[in-house]
Write a new protein. Structure first.
Length: 448
């Protein structure tokens, strides 16, 4: 136990949306706060696909953690460490860091996020990268730009076709946004830039295992999204189950006439947007705390977001298998940024209640709705407005709403200004000037 002269030590792992909100909520209290993140930046993940498709540069959707939290750091009770948490010793109340250090805590908030899930086929990762970090975005960008460059070198149409076929697996918001943007890039940005190839002949295929795209949206908006994707030239294939991925393409099964049919789609560029799994840190926490994990590797938490048997540990964001405790039966909390922010604030408030000897409160998620953009002047919006209820619309109005909502929630005035300028320029010229790549080793191996 700490002496009365020492403030409680709070460790927060992860500076995503949840961790950032927790730090902000706790920074004014008499606490000694340590924030641990393996990178030096906060990332606005909803726009990461724009970095991957050369619409925005990395600094437009990210900012140094120390700059984002500069006001909190001036108060003198916040330490930021760039380190990777490799384990959690719940019995000894220590966070284990890379390099062998051990960071003691009195209270712990774990906001380590999620990683890609290949549903037991981790060997697919080399040929089908996902999109969670800036490094992922750089890799995908190099593969996309490199595919067109390799197509320019091909001697025949048969040799060229796999390089000009892009496959996106998973038709959630990330997959839909990626597929629509790839098609726009091929149709409007790259024409006239190559001599031997016609970029308008690019084929973008979106593969989804369920019967519709954007399954979290109501069927009407889901259907509207599919229509807008088709108008952009995306080949949407639903009710298809991927069975294999390699450097030469994708194998999948579709149900035609009620029975499975096997297909082979030749493609040199495959992007994975089909599944997520909790950070490996969740397994490390479960091993020492006795916490249960769900099938996605997320930590099953109590109503107040704490770990069963360990009220000093809270898990939030994509790593938490949490439920919203509002009217009626508790409902699963979706893995979206507004939920992570709300969990960060709730976990911080409950931590302060514990320090005051007050009972904690169950987490209640307030769902303000969902947004997804498909492409230029194409988006779907499903809003929940108090008293009014659900407001759903699509097309140009939804696209404009999506634009301004994302600009509003970006971190920092500079980022908002840069994104506004870049998007305005792209709207009038169709140009994407973030196409310069320092080709990473993964993309070089892929293109060899």
């Amino acid at each position: 136990m700490n002496s009365q002269n020492k403030p409680p030590r709070v460790v927060i792992i992860g500076c995503g949306f949840g961790g950032l909100e927790a730090v902000r909520a706790l920074s004014r209290a008499e606490l000694e706060i340590t924030l641990v993140d393996r990178t030096n930046h906060h990332l606005f993940q909803p726009l990461l696909y724009q970095v991957a498709t050369a619409g925005l540069s990395a600094p437009a959707v990210s900012a140094p953690i120390r700059h984002v939290l500069r006001r909190q750091m001036k108060r003198g009770n916040l330490t930021v460490l760039q380190a990777e948490a490799t384990g959690i010793d719940a019995a000894q109340r220590r966070v284990l860091l890379d390099g062998g250090e051990a960071l003691p805590y009195d209270h712990l908030i774990v906001a380590a996020g999620a990683t890609h899930s290949y549903f037991g086929h981790d060997d697919w990762a080399a040929a089908a990268p996902g999109l969670k970090t800036l490094a992922d975005a750089f890799d995908v960008r190099a593969r996309v730009i490199g595919a067109f460059e390799r197509a320019e070198r091909c001697a025949s149409e048969d040799e060229r076709a796999p390089w000009m076929t892009f496959v996106v697996i998973g038709a959630g918001p990330t997959g839909v946004e990626m597929a629509g943007t790839l098609s726009e890039m091929a149709q409007h940005t790259l024409p006239m830039e190559f001599r031997r190839i016609d970029s308008k002949r690019t084929k973008v295929v979106l593969i989804e295992g369920s019967d519709r795209v954007l399954g979290a949206f109501v069927p009407r908006l889901s259907q509207r999204a599919r229509e807008q994707l088709t108008q952009l030239g995306v080949d949407v294939r639903t009710d298809c189950r991927v069975t294999g991925i390699d450097a030469e393409g994708v194998d999948y099964e579709s149900r035609e006439s009620g029975r499975p049919t096997t297909h082979r789609l030749a493609s040199k560029t495959v992007i994975w947007a089909a599944g997520v799994a909790g950070s490996p840190l969740g397994r490390a926490l479960a091993a020492t705390s006795g916490a249960a994990l769900d099938r996605a590797g997320r930590v099953v938490v109590e109503p107040d977001l704490s770990v069963p048997g360990h009220p000093e540990i809270s898990v939030i964001g994509d790593l938490a298998a949490a439920r919203s405790h509002g009217p009626g039966e508790p409902q699963p909390v979706p893995g979206v940024s507004p939920a992570a922010k709300q969990m960060g604030r709730s976990a911080a408030a409950n931590l302060l209640r514990r320090l005051r000897g007050q009972p904690t409160r169950p987490f209640r998620y307030i769902d303000y709705g969902s947004l997804a953009t498909i492409g230029r002047k194409a988006a779907v919006v499903d809003l929940t407005v108090p008293v009014v209820g659900a407001i759903r619309f699509s097309g140009l109005a939804a696209w404009l709403f999506w634009l301004f909502a994302h600009i509003y929630f970006l971190i920092g005035f500079r980022n908002r200004l840069i994104v506004m300028i870049d998007w305005a320029w792209a709207y009038w010229t169709y140009q994407r000037h973030a196409r310069v790549v320092a080709q990473p080793p993964a993309a070089m191996e892929h293109a060899s």
